[in-house]
Design a protein around this ligand. Structure first.
Ligand code: CAA
Length: 259
């Protein structure tokens, strides 16, 4: 599968697909075509039974420097409303399979917001995370005030959004924006390793567990707990639950089939 602005590799590791943003000269600025290709590629991979986890990356210099400013600069409010370019990002958030971001260099504006659509984030030591929209006379529009605030807290989000200044990978780790920070030489390998580990787990359990964790961000505690409980009970209808528990009892590794 090969697109122009998003390269897809389904052979990189068993059960893992790698998606690479591919506008290096523009620091992977997220124009409409790139985002459409990304959404389409993710939708296909999400349905591909050979894929159990996905990794999204850019390059060492830039994961993504934000939404494409050239594409937006001449637009008016009604153009923006009609194009409604960020509305469909929600589809990425609703993917059933885990999506792991492997980021390095610039992670700015829409780039940081895209990272927050992912489930796990591995950052290189050189990554810089920012919401610089304020420097352009605008504000974040794809989760940079809402998801960011839920994720790192009010005062930290205020600092990023109101100053527009980027923070280091170390700071992002301390604020809970990323899972781990590793040397630039290995950030992609580490993300692929995580993806491979998740790819070995029971796919239905991974799917319902992901759904349940995401539910925690959108619901109150009692609704979330009820949702979690039902998903937990539902997994007892799966062959993989029988397999996982039988393997434990008989002291052997499980062979999960996704059924
Ligand atoms: N959109 C379009 N093009 C971009 C871009 C963006 N967000 N970021 C970088 N580019 C392009 C530049 O125009 C430049 O292209 P040319 O060579 O054709 O001029 C090329 O990428 C390289 O950029 P620089 O020469 O600026 O590289 P640098 O190393 O000097 O600076 C940078 C790097 C600090 C990231 C700087 O490019 C920059 O500030 N970019 C804009 C970051 C930004 O404001 N992002 C937010 C966008 S708005 C948004 O994302 C809204 C939202 O909420 C979703």
């Amino acid at each position: 599968m090969k697109n122009e602005l998003v390269l897809v590799d389904t052979q990189i590791r068993p059960g893992v697909a790698l998606l690479r943003l591919n506008r290096p000269k523009e620091l992977n600025a997220l124009n409409l075509q790139l985002m459409a290709e990304l959404r389409d590629a993710l939708a296909i991979l999400d349905k591909d039974e050979n894929v159990r986890a996905m990794v999204l990356t850019g390059n060492e210099k830039a994961f993504a420097a934000g939404a494409d400013i050239h594409q937006m600069s001449g637009k008016g409010a009604i153009d923006m409303l009609l194009i409604d370019q960020f509305a469909t990002w929600e589809q990425i958030r609703r993917l059933k399979k885990p999506l792991i971001a492997a980021v390095s260099g610039f992670v700015l504006g829409g780039g940081n917001e895209l990272v927050m659509h992912c489930d796990l984030v591995v950052a290189s030591e050189t990554a810089r995370f920012g919401q610089p929209e304020i420097l352009l006379g605008i504000m974040p529009g794809a989760g940079g005030t809402q998801r960011l605030t839920r994720q790192i807290g009010k005062v930290n989000a205020m600092e990023m959004v109101l100053t527009g200044q980027p923070v280091s990978a170390k700071q992002a780790l301390a604020w809970g924006l990323v899972n781990r920070v590793v040397p630039v030489e290995v950030y992609l390998d580490e993300a692929l390793r995580l993806a491979s580990e998740i790819a070995l787990r029971a796919p239905l359990a991974v799917r319902l567990a992901k759904e349940s964790v995401l539910k925690a961000q959108d619901s109150n505690l009692s609704e979330g707990l009820e949702f979690e409980r039902k998903n937990f009970y539902m997994l007892f209808a799966s062959a993989d639950q029988k397999e996982g528990m039988d393997a434990f009892v008989n002291k052997r590794p499980p062979q999960f089939t996704g059924s």
